[in-house]
Design a protein around this ligand. Structure first.
Ligand code: MBD
Ligand code: FE
Length: 295
């Protein structure tokens, strides 16, 4: 009992379900119950996966090296572990699982989408009506994005809700990836007024590739997949007493809506930019209203 040895008869029956049960049972009763539940299931599925594909030592080591490479590449500007999860759809799946209870209960508010690796905790607050375009690229099209934040149950406006936004520049880079952009370019946090209204100048977003010079890019190329994402703007909208909404909106005219490399597009999150007249600062506008579900 407890030995990994096979019998001396030359037969190899393999490490089957008894072995997996023994590994799972090695956890102490004092382990946090949720951690135990998650780890027991993870071990079960990882063992079954290895048996199902007859995983070899070389193949397992290649996977381990991929994970190590992801860790070595990551810092506060780059999250390759998250990106690896994104390109196999895991962040989108977890986002869906996290929010599906609210969706089932009715009046879920604005649909969610994944956070992705480029949000920053220290985004500066800007004046309502201001701009996140600190430096406009030559090929950038400025748009005024505005709307109202309301309670998904009552329709009442939500005053002082925070609207945290970030987007990539037309060269496909977020400011923390790009030494040529000013700090906090194309990101900012706004607060709604007494009528729940917010507004700011931004760029019409453009499609771009996720970073593809690391393990996530390597995996994409091994799978003969492209790294592109459709044009999008990220948002986190929150206010006390409401469920925070992390989401992305997608330009309905963008390429790659049907084959986002990180599987985040939802029909409910596609938007249309329209012509804006009488504003010297922007030739385009986008009205986008947001519904928050009360807690
Ligand atoms: C991105 O810009 C992004 O939004 C996500 C989800 C993943 C990689 C790059
Ligand atoms: Fe993004």
């Amino acid at each position: 009992m407890g030995s990994l040895q096979n019998g001396g008869d030359g037969q190899h029956e393999g490490l089957g379900q008894d072995f997996t049960k023994r590994v799972i049972a090695s956890m102490s009763d004092e382990t946090n119950p949720r951690l135990r539940q998650v780890l027991a299931s993870l071990i079960q599925h990882v063992h079954d996966f290895a048996r199902e594909v007859d995983l070899t030592t070389d193949e397992w080591l290649a996977g381990v090296q991929m994970i190590n490479w992801a860790g070595q590449m990551s810092d506060d500007r780059r999250n390759e572990g998250q990106l690896l999860c994104d390109v196999i759809g895991l962040e989108s799946l977890v986002d869906d699982i996290t929010n599906r209870v609210a969706v089932k209960n009715g009046n879920p508010g604005t649909a969610t989408a994944i956070l992705g690796p480029f949000w920053r905790a220290d985004t500066p607050t800007r004046d309502n009506g201001g701009s996140i375009v600190l430096e406009c690229p030559d090929d950038g099209e400025v748009a005024f994005m505005y709307g109202q934040v309301t309670d998904s149950n009552t329709g009442e406006p939500v005053a002082k809700a925070s609207v945290d936004v970030w987007q990539a520049s037309t060269n496909g880079l977020y400011e923390q990836q790009d030494a040529d952009q000013p700090e906090h370019n194309l990101r900012g946090k706004f607060f709604t007024d007494d009528e729940g209204r917010y507004g700011f100048y931004c760029l019409r977003p453009t499609p771009y590739p996720v970073p593809d010079d690391g393990p996530a890019g390597k995996l994409l190329s091994l799978l003969h997949r492209h790294p592109y994402r459709p044009a999008h703007i990220h948002l986190i909208v929150q206010s006390q007493g409401f469920k925070p909404v992390t989401t992305q909106i997608f330009d309905e005219k963008s390429k790659y809506l049907d084959d986002d490399s990180v599987f985040a597009v939802k029909d409910a999150l596609t938007v249309s930019f329209t012509e804006r007249t009488g504003d010297a600062k922007a030739g385009l506008e986008l009205q986008y209203n947001i519904q928050l579900a009360p807690l």
